[in-house]
Write a protein that binds this ligand. Sequence first.
Ligand SMILES: [Zn+2]
Length: 80
Amino acid sequence: MRCHYCLNRVVGKPNIVILKGIGPAHYQCYENNRVHSRVFGDLDLQTLNDDALNELKEMVLSECNSRKLMTEEEAVELFS
Ligand SMILES: [Zn+2]
């Protein structure tokens, strides 16, 4: 079996991770890829098309605004 990233053998090597739905990888290769990639949880942002990425962006901004509003409302209640 070979590392998903560097394609070198993983059998008999220490520090191997198994990537769900992908296969084995050296831990160091996995970490190097994770640092340089745009992955959040199981979501690889680079796989999204422009429409999906913009939809996700709007959802994140909406959630941030919602939380900000709640904080401001709580502050108003505290001082009124
Ligand atoms: Zn590797």
